[in-house]
Design a protein around this ligand. Structure first.
Ligand code: ATP
Length: 382
């Protein structure tokens, strides 16, 4: 709540566009390394009254690993982060840091004794403290000169050493994010947790911040958990991604594995733009013989959701594949999405092509599928 207040206060003070992309960051390799910890969730559940925010979460994060928690609003990402940080207690299960129970039936270690760092979505800087004091805020328990030195080093690493004695209201949104990052890394946490750290930034700045932050996380070698609802961000940052839904982890793995072998339709939709056809193997084999390998072993009348990635829909000359007609062309910069009515299919297919390959609306085409871009799920899923 306080964070939201501070954030609104900043927006009032600084209505101008978010700046900071070009500003120089500190020297690469200058972030102080931490002693990374292993973080383990064992069958963690969290219940609020009759509602389960988390159910049976088990996840083991190796020292120095970056794991992104990805899922739609309300799936439990923030709750899991808060439980790891010690701000919330699990209703069941255990949390371990380096094999030692920090939350569970036998023990509860408070946040300040866990050596974890937290960075919030809204940066939550204190307007009445200097930038240096904001960063030193998390360095309680060590002598002031040392705290200031560590805070200065962290600020220098994010390229804001020169602004240390100023107050946060002079900063752009991107610079506030950098201060929040400096504050999170200054105590050299063994586990760094970030809750939607880039969601308040505009699109161009976001990518730049993600890259810079990733460089710093690698330098520090801290175990990191990053909460996001943005699949692209998760793919860019995470060594592994844990996809969450309804309080559970649906699938966890490196981004490539999740993209290539999604466990269900829900995960597939997260990582790729797919066409979905509710059908049977018999119907699909008749329309698209090239997709037959993906249907191997399925009963011919089994109800399936046949998915093909947009980039896997091929538009050819009319003497190849199924007859189609271009209904719509949406220009997306270096790509175009083409909507094609296809003989034998109720709904149009969407094809994604390079911008130079986009046919005109009304063109007659032949439609084939790239067998490597096909996914098949039982209809009960997703
Ligand atoms: P978002 O992306 O919107 O932040 P999230 O995935 O982080 O969502 P959580 O904030 O962890 O989701 O919430 C998970 C579920 O638990 C939601 O249904 C939420 O309403 C519920 N919840 C969270 N905190 C509380 C609370 N203190 N009291 C009651 N219900 C809560």
């Amino acid at each position: 709540m306080k964070g939201e207040f501070v954030n609104r206060w900043f927006r009032r003070q600084r209505p101008r566009a978010i700046a900071g992309r070009g500003a120089a960051w500190g020297a690469r390799g200058a972030a102080a390394a931490t002693i990374a910890a292993r973080l383990t969730f064992e069958n963690v559940a969290r219940r609020y009254g009759q509602t389960y925010a988390l159910r049976d979460i088990s996840l083991d994060i190796a020292p120095g690993e970056i794991v992104c928690l990805l899922g739609p609003s309300g799936c439990g990402k923030t709750t899991l982060l808060r439980i790891a940080a010690g701000i919330e207690k699990p209703s069941a299960g255990r949390v371990l840091i380096n094999g030692q129970e920090v939350a569970g039936p036998n023990r509860f270690v408070p946040p300040e004794a866990r050596n974890v760092g937290l960075m919030f979505q809204d940066f939550a800087l204190f307007p009445h403290l200097t930038i240096l004091d904001n960063v030193a805020f998390g360095l309680k328990g060590i002598p002031k000169p040392e705290a200031e030195q560590a805070a200065m080093a962290a600020l220098a690493r994010v390229g804001l050493g020169a602004q240390a004695r100023e107050y946060p209201h002079i900063l752009s949104g991107g610079e506030q994010q950098r201060v929040a990052l400096a504050r999170a890394i200054a105590p050299r946490p063994s586990v760094l947790m970030m809750d939607e750290p880039f969601s308040g930034l505009d699109v161009q700045l976001r990518e730049f911040m993600q890259d810079q932050t990733l460089t710093i996380l690698r330098e520090m070698r801290a175990t990191s958990i990053i909460v996001t609802h943005n699949p692209e961000e998760a793919m860019r940052l995470g060594d592994r991604i844990a996809v969450m839904r309804g309080g559970r982890i649906v699938q966890v793995g490196p981004s490539e594995a999740l993209y290539r072998r999604p466990r269900d339709l829900f995960v597939a939709r997260f990582f790729s733009e797919v066409n979905e056809i509710h059908t049977t193997p018999r119907e699909i084999a008749a329309l698209f013989p090239e997709a037959a390998p993906a249907l191997d072993g399925l009963a011919s009348e089994a109800p399936i959701v046949f998915c093909v990635r947009e980039r896997g829909v091929r538009l050819k000359a009319t003497d190849e594949g199924l007859a189609g007609r271009v209904l719509e062309v949406r220009f997306l910069g270096d790509q175009a999405v083409i909507e094609v009515a296809v003989a034998g299919l109720e709904a149009p297919l969407r094809a994604r092509v390079g911008d130079g390959d986009a046919p005109k609306r009304g063109t007659e085409v032949g439609v084939t599928l790239d067998p490597g871009a096909v996914l098949v799920f039982p209809q009960s899923e997703g």
